[in-house]
Write a protein that binds this ligand. Structure first.
Ligand code: AMP
Length: 196
């Protein structure tokens, strides 16, 4: 089962991904997490990605695709995996299709989390408050201006993936504005179909 999660920043992809990992036993491949690890470990990729990420821009397609390609070679990805935050551009989607075709595999389903942008801003403010209340450091890209910019980047560069996957007959839209449980339940209905 190869699943892609699509949706603007703050749509709840990470939360729902955790649910899918638990329920369906497939690993979550979050390119954001992988890049943040690379930055923390001060690898050459991390050094290149840091400023780009802090500004809310997209890291280059080649770098991200290489990270994903290496990761999906690993044994735990053999039964399937969930892509969270990748692809983010049409070029990345084409690169993904090419790398999966080489392995005689393909994307099964693309779940688009549909959310209201104003409500996303509210969620972001709550997340920042909660992070600060816990005494944790907040992510550098967790502020309102960067968030609005990231939303714009999503609309410009990532939203074109919606018609891309729609044409392939793989897109399933889910209302992301419900409770975490309600959204999970909608996702389950879709994924139960692909379970193997
Ligand atoms: P995320 O945690 O998915 O919101 O990603 C955080 C940041 O990592 C993004 O704002 C981008 O700078 C970078 N990033 C994550 N995934 C990708 C991707 N597929 N393509 C380009 N940049 C990415």
């Amino acid at each position: 089962m190869i699943v892609i999660f699509l949706g603007p920043p703050g749509a709840g992809k990470g939360t729902q991904a955790a649910h899918i990992v638990k329920k369906y036993g497939v690993p979550q491949l979050s390119t954001g997490d992988m890049l943040r690890s690379a930055v923390a470990a001060q690898t050459p990729v991390g050094a290149k990605a840091k400023a780009v990420m802090d500004a809310g821009n997209l890291v280059s397609d080649d770098i991200v695709a290489a990270i994903v390609e290496e990761r999906i070679e690993q044994d735990d990805c053999a039964p399937g995996f969930l892509l969270d935050g990748f692809p983010r551009t049409i070029v990345q989607a084409e690169m993904l299709d090419a790398m999966l075709t080489k392995k005689e595999r393909g994307v099964d389903v693309v779940i688009e989390l549909r959310v209201d942008e104003e409500a996303l801003l509210g969620r972001l403010r709550r997340r920042i408050d909660e992070t600060l209340a816990r005494g944790d450091k907040r992510r550098k890209d967790d502020n309102e201006d960067t968030f609005k910019y990231r939303l714009q980047v999503y609309c410009d560069q990532t939203a074109p993936l919606i018609p891309y996957y729609e044409k392939q007959g793989k897109l399933k839209a889910v209302d992301g504005m419900g409770s975490v449980e309600a959204v999970s339940a909608e996702i389950d209905v879709i994924l139960d179909h692909f379970r193997r």
